[in-house]
Design a protein around this ligand. Structure first.
Ligand code: PEP
Ligand code: MG
Length: 549
């Protein structure tokens, strides 16, 4: 047995087989200089792609039926498409590597398909891209995604947010990484998924690790490889006790979140993807306090269309069935990188071109998002909020843009709803002028993750600085007080959607400060409600009754 340690990013016990996550290689191999060899590599890759697709076809047919499997049949036929094969051959003759030729030909043909009037051919553009990507991945020596046959524990050097969103969530029992910070978006995603996770572990990554029995103890940041019987038994016992506690928390399901003194607070949940809305209902959250739109942009190769964004927002709004849904516009930048945005490398990305700064400068990115949000607002209770605000002029510009979008939609006769308009308070500048900002908006939601980073000048991604990243720092708590008081002075509501909102050692302080809403990972709601229901706290900073529209 090997016992190792790391930092626990989310609690819980997981027992299962280890899967080593291998990074996709993004750089395409260059040509060896001999077109005949490159052509041979390409032909071999096509054969492998054929075998992979045939295996997937059989599996899909068995599990989901012939109709669903037909798409793979179509993809197999594409591998024989003469125009595509000729284009690759020509490019190889002209000096391209097999991978480059496969990628460029795939791009050219899928763009041509997408531009066709015929709806069927248009839809095939995605398949063609998929097929050529499969060949490129084979030529790069990559697997097609991380293949996890049965639920297991994912072990990686590190995971970026865009890698994490592409993983098959239902097959992951726990995350274990060698690097990473507990404040990173990957750790946040693990919390939303409600699975134990360890970062900064001392685990040795090698091929022998694959398939070994492993235990992750997210309560104390320990893992075991090939555990002995005693340890396995102890851990199973620990999991049973944790399960018992979860059962006890069930007493708070469906209960109002009211303190013993009769004060009510809203307990909402954070989500990354539309599918997480199911976890919100299962967690018994009263609404969604933060939907991070940027996850709709990660793990893709092109911008989502307005319709795709609308479908995503609409599905969440419908699922929430009248409960409030706070959608945050995209916060791309810093650790959340997307190649197709074409952003320049930056010295200090956390202080760089990110979040609202991109939206305010690029209409073509902001417009489809805002149109999709206002269209979805016609079907439920939607609020929209904007990240990384530092100034009043930004908010005024956003408000003018939103008004224009609403008029545009109405003029086009498209359904368009109203949405409360709020901002994230996650920069010290916004906190300090929150009295002025409160005059402009309907609500505040405090992003304590970034507010901590920027107030303390501690990079939240830098694991080496974890001990300096202290959200309990008096400077932070002082800012939180100011924000809540300024919100209430202006008659608007204020919530917390950063990770600190789930810190039950501060719940009573948040109530005393007057926060109206806490938005946390769906799996933390019942625990938080227990804390609220057992508390005697009442707001003592309340200046005027807040306006819940
Ligand atoms: C925050 O900064 O606290 C927040 C909620 O936003 P994110 O973690 O996505 O930056
Ligand atoms: Mg933030």
């Amino acid at each position: 047995m090997v016992k190792g340690t790391g930092h626990a990013a989310f609690s819980g016990i997981a027992i299962g087989r280890a899967y080593v996550y291998r990074k996709q290689q993004n750089e395409l191999p260059i040509s060896c200089g001999d077109p005949a060899i490159e052509q041979n590599k390409f032909n071999e890759a096509v054969k492998t792609a054929h075998q992979q697709l045939q295996a997937l076809f059989e599996k899909t047919k068995e599990e989901l039926g012939e109709e669903q499997a037909m798409i793979l049949d179509v993809q197999m036929m594409m591998l024989d498409d003469l125009d595509y094969l000729e284009s690759v051959e020509q490019m190889i003759q002209d000096g391209s590597s097999a991978a480059q030729a496969a990628q460029d030909s795939g791009d050219t043909f899928s763009t041509a398909f997408a531009a066709m009037d015929d709806a069927y051919m248009k839809a095939r553009a995605v398949d063609l891209k998929d097929v050529s990507q499969r060949i490129v991945q084979i030529l790069c020596g990559n697997q097609q995604g991380t293949i996890i046959e049965e639920p297991g524990i994912l072990v990686a050097e590190d995971l970026t947010p865009s890698e994490t969103v592409q993983l098959p969530k239902d097959k992951i029992l726990a995350f274990v990484t060698r690097q990473g910070s507990a404040n990173s978006h990957t750790a946040i995603l693990a919390r939303i998924m409600n699975i134990p996770s360890l970062v900064q572990t001392d685990i040795q990554l090698n091929d022998e690790l694959d398939g070994k029995l492993m235990i992750v103890d997210g309560f104390n940041g320990t893992y075991y490889l090939e555990p002995d019987e005693d340890t396995l038994e102890q851990m199973q016992q620990k999991e049973k006790e944790a399960a018992k506690e979860r059962v006890q928390l069930e007493a708070f399901r469906g209960k109002p979140s009211i303190t013993r003194t009769g004060h009510k607070i809203k307990l909402f949940a954070n989500i990354g993807n539309p599918e997480d809305a199911q976890a919100v209902l299962e967690g018994d959250a009263e609404g969604i306090g933060l939907m991070r739109s940027e996850f709709l942009y990660l793990g893709r190769t092109s911008f989502p269309t307005e319709q795709e964004l609308f479908d995503a927002y609409h599905s969440v709004v419908e699922k929430m069935d009248g409960r409030q849904v706070v959608i945050r516009t995209l916060d791309i930048g810093a650790d959340k990188k997307v190649d197709y945005f074409g952003l320049q490398p930056e010295e200090n990305p956390a202080l760089g071109y990110r979040g609202i700064r991109i939206c305010l400068e690029q209409d073509e990115i902001f417009r489809p998002q805002m149109r999709a949000i206002y269209r979805a607002a016609a079907y439920g209770n939607v609020c929209v909020m904007f990240p990384m605000i530092t100034s009043v002029w930004e908010v005024r510009q956003i408000k003018a843009f939103c008004a224009k979008i609403q008029e545009e939609l109405k003029a086009e006769g498209l359904p368009c709803g109203n949405a409360q308009l709020g901002i994230m308070i996650e920069t010290p500048a916004a906190a300090l002028i929150s009295d002025q900002l409160a005059e402009e908006v309907d609500f505040f939601s405090v992003g304590t993750n970034d507010l901590t980073q920027y107030t303390l000048a501690v990079d939240r991604q830098n694991a080496q600085l974890d001990k300096f990243y202290d959200p309990h720092h008096p400077a932070l708590l002082r800012l939180l007080k100011i924000i809540a008081a300024n919100a209430h002075k202006a008659g608007i509501w204020a919530g917390i959607c950063g990770e600190l909102g789930a810190d039950t050692t501060l719940t009573e302080d948040f109530i005393r400060m007057g926060f109206d809403e806490l938005s946390v990972s769906p799996g933390r709601i019942l625990e938080l409600r227990k804390k609220v229901c057992e508390s005697e706290a009442t707001p003592n900073e309340r200046i005027s009754v807040c306006n819940h529209r």
